[in-house]
Design a protein around this ligand. Structure first.
Ligand code: AMP
Ligand code: GLY
Length: 419
């Protein structure tokens, strides 16, 4: 088989790395990829925003299976385009991807199908939004309706912060069209976690647990990022809680997409808040998490291509996945200054020594080959991942590997897997 992976992050490197292990696959392309994906497949310099170009490439190369990483490419309708041209592709069609790309669509879906979530309202004028604030109390969450690179949620502590966020989004266009419409939600407190499940429209296959650390600094302080590190399994989600999540969230989700005829074939990754009144959905992501994928796939023992194909063919009920019982930890090494301004073009050394360590895989994100060197090209640069018999063994290995890698301004959290 020939497989095309779309995207250029650590998630896509992990996907391509896992797909490479399939005996059924003889060639992998990654568009556009990074310096790491170039070692598991062939990078193709195509733009993610130009889905017609990606389709033309897949046709020319007779790609048997395309796997999509990023949310915005799904929201642009790449799956509709490929499927309508008769090509096999993994991911939800645009109508289904709206569960991630429109918060109001997702909230209405949850309301209709009894999926527990925060009380909310949706607004397109700042006057109406301001007038509604008292219904929610403070703090509350102000959310851009559309995709905003994970930055479109403001937790406002009081009225002035909430009004500023509303004006910024609706009147000043801070997130462009993504924020012209907003959702306001009551604040939920509790423990945040997430799950991953393959969904084929008829059944689902739940992955083991993984936990992200979104804040930039140790102790979960500082601004939110795309994710500074992950570990799997997570002890937060006990078997009893997972059962509750199946009954209160996944089962109604499956019934909901059936009733609404939403064609969901892909990966469902809901963000959850475990409140004192039970689990609540904060958001639905319709794609693999980054860096959750970097700790989940090293534990997967089943051929991933079989699972992706079973999802596309709506026969997930006929497959099982087996998982390594060992733990995995991924430490994100970022450019100093991320998630705000940071410099790129820094030479990275020590990749080989780290990658040769027992149980260690270095997934690349913002990296690029320049002459015979590998240099930084993004905010999140590497996801240094290790497996070990226990969480602490995996963590020790991952941090030992991180210490072997140097680049100017490198930054990483020192407490991944600890809290
Ligand atoms: P979202 O993209 O909707 O998951 O929101 C991003 C982050 O904002 C979440 O990971 C939570 O930490 C926080 N958040 C979102 N909605 C709420 C809420 N209703 N109550 C408390 N925190 C929230
Ligand atoms: N790590 C969070 C995400 O992929 O959205």
């Amino acid at each position: 088989m020939k497989v095309l992976v779309i995207g250029s992050g650590g998630r896509e490197h992990a996907l391509a790395w896992k797909i490479r292990q399939s005996p059924r696959v003889h060639q992998i392309f990654v568009a556009p990829g990074n310096a790491g994906t170039a070692s598991v497949g062939q990078n193709v310099p195509l733009k993610l925003g130009e889905i017609e170009g990606l389709l033309n490439f897949a046709k020319q190369e007779s790609i048997d299976l395309t796997v999509v990483g990023p949310d915005d490419v799904l929201a642009a309708g790449i799956v509709d385009l490929f499927e309508d041209a008769g090509l096999r592709i993994f991911g939800p069609r645009r109508d289904a991807a709206q569960l991630e790309s429109s918060k109001s669509f997702a909230k209405r879906f949850m309301l209709r199908h009894g999926i527990p979530t925060a009380r909310f309202g949706e607004y397109e004028s700042s006057a109406a939004a301001k007038a509604a604030l008292d219904q929610f109390g403070f703090p509350l969450a102000v959310k851009a309706d559309g995709l905003a690179l994970g930055k479109g949620v403001i937790i406002a502590q009081d009225r002035s912060e909430a009004e500023a966020a509303i004006v910024d989004m609706i009147d000043r266009g801070r997130f462009g069209n993504a924020g012209r419409k907003i959702v306001i939600e009551e604040f939920l407190s509790g423990i945040e976690c997430s799950i991953h499940a393959l969904v084929d429209g008829r059944s689902y296959l739940l992955f083991p647990t993984a936990q992200d650390h979104k804040p930039l600094y140790d102790g979960n302080q500082g601004p939110n990022t795309g994710g500074m590190g992950t570990f799997s399994p997570s002890q937060k989600l006990t078997p009893a809680l997972l059962q509750e999540i199946r009954e209160k969230i996944l089962d109604p989700f499956m019934l909901g997409i059936k009733n609404d005829r939403i064609p969901f074939r892909g990966l469902l990754f809901p963000g959850l808040m475990l409140t004192s009144e039970g689990p609540r959905v904060l958001e639905f992501n319709c794609r693999f998490g980054d860096p959750e994928t970097q700790v989940l796939l090293p534990r997967l023992q089943t051929d991933i291509v079989d699972l992706l194909e079973a999802t596309i063919d709506e026969r997930l009920d006929t497959v099982t996945a087996t998982w390594d019982s060992r733990a995995a930890v991924c430490i994100v090494m970022a450019s100093g200054g991320y998630p705000s301004h940071y410099e790129v073009g820094k030479r990275i050394v020590g990749l080989e020594q780290a990658g040769q360590m027992d149980g260690v895989t270095v997934f690349h994100a913002g990296t690029r080959q320049h002459e015979n060197r590998i240099i930084t090209s993004g905010g999140r640069v590497l996801g240094v991942t290790a497996v070990g018999e226990t969480l602490s063994a995996a963590k020790r290995r991952a941090y030992d590997a991180v210490e072997k890698i140097e680049f100017d301004g490198r930054y990483f959290r020192r407490d991944i897997g600890l809290i």
